[in-house]
Design a protein around this ligand. Structure first.
Ligand code: DON
Length: 336
């Protein structure tokens, strides 16, 4: 590598800690592909902010940030990677991880399910089709069931455990964006319907309004693209947070979690996503997406404009582009 390139890398990569695992072999390209994806998609204006949660229309639509976080905790970034937005559905795999940690992957499978629905994230039809399960913890029904499965002594305890777990993945104390919570909870008629349907058929494990409140609060937690990158890097690093070194979830449960993200992380676009990007990932209507290259690193992005399936247009393009450039799709390189 030329001296100038080494210097540029040294200036742009921010080491979070000095010692750790060996850098990934692709590391020399990280800053280059992050910069290139940012430049390529920054003028893309397709899609629109989520509006069924009224306050999300107020997020400036042009924000865009892209980040890679390595297993060594190094961060390679471009754009608005420190802007704090609501995590929304990107919280779902991390709470599923908590259920697996407290109980087991088998409990998750038996009491929620792991089948992709091929239907939108807020589908009620899926609950009719899959009568025995709430389907999978990436869609709203399964995620509401997941918070209800968290072992807790009270609603406050349930919430504290969910928030502490998300904070452990992010390596900093996260907080709720209260205006987002108010905006979503006062309009959560669909999710309340889902919670009640689940409860009515014995597929919810706490009182429904409690599950709805805790679920809505977890979706309202504020994160940056950098935070999502660190959360994903924790999954890439066998459940050990690369910044704090805390074992946030058992390494043995990571493959099962990544499998659910791969099959359902993009909802009814999961097939297209795996076909074109080949990485387990999770999206949120706040505009965030995190993808995991198992055992290696995470790629995260944030931009508020969404496509019809509720997935951020710039974020998914940037992450897919980086995965293709680095040739890291789990089934082999997807260079096209
Ligand atoms: O429950 C909801 O509708 C939101 N709190 C989360 C949905 C979401 O993020 C879907 N993701 N793309």
């Amino acid at each position: 590598m030329a001296v100038a390139a080494v210097t540029a890398l040294a200036l742009t990569a921010s080491p979070v800690f000095a010692r750790g695992p060996m850098p990934d072999p692709a590391v020399k390209d990280f800053q280059r592909v992050v910069d290139a994806a940012y430049a390529k998609y920054k003028d893309l204006r397709q899609g629109k902010n989520a509006d069924y949660i009224p306050i999300l229309t107020e997020t400036p639509s042009d924000l865009f940030g892209v980040v890679i976080v390595g297993r060594d905790g190094r961060v390679y970034s471009a754009g608005d990677v420190d802007y704090v937005f609501s995590i929304q559905s990107v919280s779902k795999p991390f709470t599923a991880a908590l259920v697996m940690t407290q109980q087991s992957p088998q409990v998750l499978k038996e009491k929620i399910g792991v089948e992709p629905t091929g239907l939108p994230f807020n589908s009620k039809l899926a609950l009719e089709i899959y009568e025995a399960k709430s389907v999978n913890p990436m869609v709203n029904a399964g995620a509401i069931a997941a918070v209800s499965l968290v072992q807790a002594t009270s609603e406050e305890d349930r919430w504290n455990k969910v928030l502490q777990n998300l904070s452990d993945f992010a390596a900093r104390p996260l907080t709720v964006l209260e205006k987002v919570y108010d905006s979503e909870y006062t309009t959560a008629f669909g999710n309340r319907g889902i919670a009640n349907l689940l409860y009515n058929s014995g597929r919810l494990y706490s009182e429904p309004e409690e599950a709805l409140r805790v679920y809505t609060r977890e979706c309202s937690v504020g994160v940056s693209a950098r935070d999502l990158g660190i959360m994903g890097a924790t999954l890439a690093n066998g459940g050990v947070n690369p910044v704090t070194k805390k074992q946030v979830m058992p390494a043995k449960n990571v493959p099962e979690l990544l499998a659910i993200m791969a099959t359902a992380g993009f909802y009814d676009e999961s097939g297209d996503w795996m076909f074109t990007a080949g990485l387990p990932a999770k999206t949120g209507v706040g505009g965030g997406i995190v993808a995991v290259v198992p055992g290696r690193f995470a790629i995260a992005a944030f931009s508020p404009r969404l496509n019809e399936a509720g997935n951020s247009v710039r974020s998914l393009n940037a992450i897919r582009d980086i995965a293709g450039q680095l040739g890291v799709g789990v089934y082999g390189a997807n260079p096209d």
